[in-house]
Design a protein around this ligand. Structure first.
Ligand code: AMP
Ligand code: GLY
Length: 415
């Protein structure tokens, strides 16, 4: 029994994790550090600097946590999981060394090459001359990625060579790679370092505007399941991507324990990895956990303690879930903060960038403010449920995409 769980992080993903943990009958107490006004409804928030491993470890010891779940990439890359593990506490989340799969795109490419994982051909560039040569080698559309963490905003895909050159110059070390066409899929897998257990696939909407226009964001919406995905996709990804990567990390003495997120493109030439993340994706986690029937605490504890092999496969609700992100005016360039939010006290609304002001009024405090999840028997019903909730929430200047899961719902309809 995993009685006391500490979730580290502050966003919509952490709210969804804390919510799902609070529904696990085997979980007694849910704590969140630092959490947000939404997580305080499903657990106890604790103010702590989540990039400070010693502080997080001290809190976990004080709470006598049985399991610590580290949500975001920044603390993982900073070694927070290592600091907690050093106290003898089970942690769901990779070591700093293993989190380099997300922390450095060049490292991820090196692992994929060693493990034979299909991905875009790429060049690691530091100088302007190297960048220019790589751009001309691959041609337009140009794909330029900051090597390090950039909260989903370090990548540009453009036909404008000058814009590609200036993004490369602004980033310093960049990856320039072959453009991948075809739809994208997010596939999550739990890993205990040896064995893996895959989630059902989801799809994320990265561009800020309807019809996939405008700059990349952290994600403006997501849905699951994918009615258009080829059958056997999950098994193929586990066999050709997830398991070889987990095996390679173990072989190097840096086993990956936590959630390996493969961002995939289904191209005409076959499936390719677009990126790895070392944690649950946001906002895919919110609809996925809405559909997950397996109690979350038990399976995360199994991954954290090397016993995933004895855990039964994940169980999923037969229906669909759709998440719509409500973003603040000015997102992603310069989100406005401090606007009042009303109408958000609805089941399925996960807080991402919110705070309470001095009068305890809920206000916006980040770029992505809320993730609103609707569930239903079909994607069309789930979509409708999500947008009905969105319409009830008021945030001055706030905006959202109106086309989340729209195409997929049509495909489902034609089956
Ligand atoms: P990443 O942070 O690597 O996932 O990149 C963010 C987004 O940029 C991806 O979800 C894709 O939409 C797009 N992208 C990244 N790499 C490529 C690529 N090689 N070809 C086409 N689009 C890409
Ligand atoms: N949904 C994209 C991400 O979490 O990076």
């Amino acid at each position: 029994m995993t009685q006391t769980v500490l979730v580290v992080g502050t966003g919509g993903r952490e709210h969804a994790l804390a919510w799902a943990l609070s529904r696990d009958p085997e979980v007694g107490e849910v704590h969140i550090a630092p959490g947000n006004p939404g997580t305080s409804a499903v657990g106890t928030n604790h103010q702590v600097n989540i990039l400070d491993g010693a502080a997080v470890a001290a809190l976990a010891v004080e709470l006598a946590a049985d399991l610590v779940v580290v949500g975001p990439e920044a603390p993982l890359v900073a070694g927070v999981a290592d600091a907690v593990r050093a106290q003898g506490i089970a942690v769901f989340g990779p070591s700093a060394a293993a989190a380099q799969l997300e922390g450095s795109k060049a490292f991820a490419k090196e692992i994929m090459a060693a493990a034979g994982v299909p991905t875009a051909a790429a060049r690691v560039c530091v100088t302007a001359d190297e960048a220019a040569a790589a751009l001309d080698e691959f041609g337009a559309p140009y794909v330029v990625k900051d090597d390090g963490l950039a909260a989903g905003k370090g990548v540009i895909v453009t036909n404008d060579r000058a814009a590609a050159i200036s993004h490369a110059a602004a980033c310093g070390k960049v990856i320039i790679e072959e453009y991948l066409d075809g739809p994208e899929v997010s596939l999550f897998a739990l890993s205990d370092g040896v064995k893996v257990l895959a989630f059902e696939p989801a799809q994320d909407f990265k561009r800020v505007g309807n019809g996939d226009t405008g700059p990349n964001t952290g994600g403006m919406g997501a849905y699951t399941p994918l009615p258009w995905a080829p059958s056997g996709l999950t098994e193929e990804v586990v066999r050709t991507v997830i398991q070889p990567t987990v095996d390679e990390m173990r072989r190097r003495g840096t086993p990956f324990v936590g959630l390996l997120y493969a961002g995939l493109a289904l191209t005409r030439k076959g499936m390719r990895v677009v990126e790895f993340n070392a944690r649950f994706g946001d906002p895919e986690t919110q609809p996925l956990l809405t559909r997950l029937k397996t109690p979350l605490g038990g399976v995360l504890a199994a991954a954290a303690t090397g016993s995933l092999g004895e855990h039964p496969p994940l169980e999923w609700g037969s229906g669909a879930a759709v998440a719509v992100v409500i973003a603040a005016a000015g997102y992603p360039e310069s989100p406005r903060k401090g606007d009042p939010i009303t109408g958000a006290e609805i089941e399925g609304v996960f807080h991402a960038g919110t705070a309470l002001d001095d009068d305890d009024q809920l206000i916006s405090a980040g770029g992505r403010v809320l993730t609103v999840v609707g569930a239903g028997d079909t994607l069309a019903q789930a979509r409708q449920a999500a947008y009905v909730k969105v319409a009830q929430i008021k945030l001055p200047g706030g905006f959202y995409r109106t086309d989340i899961a729209a195409k997929a719902a049509e495909i489902e309809d034609n089956e």
